[in-house]
Write a protein that binds this ligand. Structure first.
Ligand SMILES: *Cc1c(COP(=O)(O)O)cnc(C)c1O
Length: 352
């Protein structure tokens, strides 16, 4: 159990209507420091404020940092819920181990989130589809230009209201299959949630956006032949009645939504496979009419239906107006559990 010192703001902000995501923050932030020899210490909640850091701070130069992402949901009963926060705590430590960042006990990680959300719970919006996005992260804090793991770290949690992702319902998005840049290789840090994976993805994202595609689909870093994942989402295909997603191979981020989708499909008796999928298999399935659904999965949107894919000179559309039966059912079920509208047979919902 952490002993969390709370200093409340004396100037609470007026809570604005939720609109675009990521630039408005709640009244408070969680902080905890790490010092080698002493461990994690001084868990506290303070009014949201800027950091005071040396320009030599290690994170600015060598990118030793990790982050997580989850949401708090306002139920119809007025209560606030988290979705599988223990999974974020576990994944955070996997990232930490890869980046030589000291681990945080899972129960402390979840307690920190719970305490912060409870304090700022008025910020959890209640319009349909809205939520409060929670961003825990750790940065290397030594003011030192030497290349080595830092001896000091800052663990911080900030929160930002998030509007409904689906103003237009589950509108299908266009996906750019990237055949030049790669995101990660086996042995690298593709499975870790860390800024570097995003920094190296921007060039392809810009290219895809310029061409009118909203996301990049990455191929494996060696042969550029097997499908890995989308920008900040895992990818699923329904081919001839079977749901298929790339297996976790070390270069793919193990999404919590991905795990939930696999669990749900299997509980419904829908065959769900984790295996290698080549672009060629995908093109073949498309040409023979067996590619029934394509969708991305992630905390931000839960399910993003894909309606168009581009690979080299080929552009093809997926499904017609009727398509998307399974992805819609998954979307309704996961959001139903998150907002407390449906029973929670797997014990995924955590009340604040
Ligand atoms: C966070 C993330 C995902 C999705 O993970 P969820 O736990 O489902 O939100 C997928 N890919 C990448 C690269 C990510 O960073």
């Amino acid at each position: 159990m952490l002993n969390i010192q709370i200093t409340k703001t004396t100037a609470p902000k007026e809570i604005p209507p939720v609109e675009s995501f990521g630039h408005i923050f709640t009244d408070h932030m969680f902080l905890m420091d790490y010092t080698e020899g002493q461990g994690w210490h001084d868990a506290r909640i303070e009014p949201f404020h800027n950091f005071d850091l040396s320009p030599a701070c290690m994170v600015f130069h060598y990118g030793q940092e990790m982050f997580e992402g989850l949401k708090a949901y306002r139920g119809a009963d007025g209560k606030c819920y988290l979705f599988r926060p223990d999974m974020n705590a576990k994944r955070a430590n996997k990232t930490n181990r890869r980046l030589c960042i000291p681990e945080i006990p899972e129960e402390d990680f979840v307690q920190a989130i719970q305490t912060l959300v409870k304090l700022d719970q008025a910020w959890v919006p209640d319009q349909p589809g809205t939520s409060l996005y929670i961003r825990p992260f750790i940065i290397a804090a030594d003011p030192n230009l030497g290349v080595r793991p830092s001896h000091t770290y800052i663990f911080c949690i900030i929160m930002s209201p998030s509007g409904s992702y689906y103003a237009n319902g589950l509108d299908p998005v266009g996906i750019w299959i990237e055949d030049d840049y790669v995101r990660a290789v086996r042995g690298g840090m593709g499975f870790a949630k860390t800024g570097g994976n995003y920094a190296c993805s921007l060039a392809a994202q810009v290219k895809a956006h310029d061409d009118g595609y909203s996301q990049v689909l990455w191929l494996d870093g060696v042969e550029r032949k097997y499908i890995e994942e989308v920008g900040a989402m895992n990818i699923f295909f329904k081919i001839d009645g079977t749901v298929v997603t790339p297996m976790l191979n070390g270069s793919i981020l193990p999404g919590i939504t991905r795990d939930s989708v696999l669990t749900l499909c299997r509980s419904w008796g829908i065959p769900a496979e984790e295996r290698r999928i080549s672009v060629d298999e995908l093109l073949e399935a498309q040409h023979t009419g067996k590619l029934e659904e394509v969708f991305g999965t992630g905390t931000a949107a839960v399910i993003s239906r894909v309606g168009k894919l581009r690979y080299k000179d080929e552009v093809f559309t997926v499904g017609g107006d009727e398509a998307g039966e399974v992805s819609l059912k998954i979307y309704d079920t996961i959001t139903g559990i998150q907002y407390g509208r449906l029973p929670d047979p797997f014990g995924w919902r955590v009340e604040i």
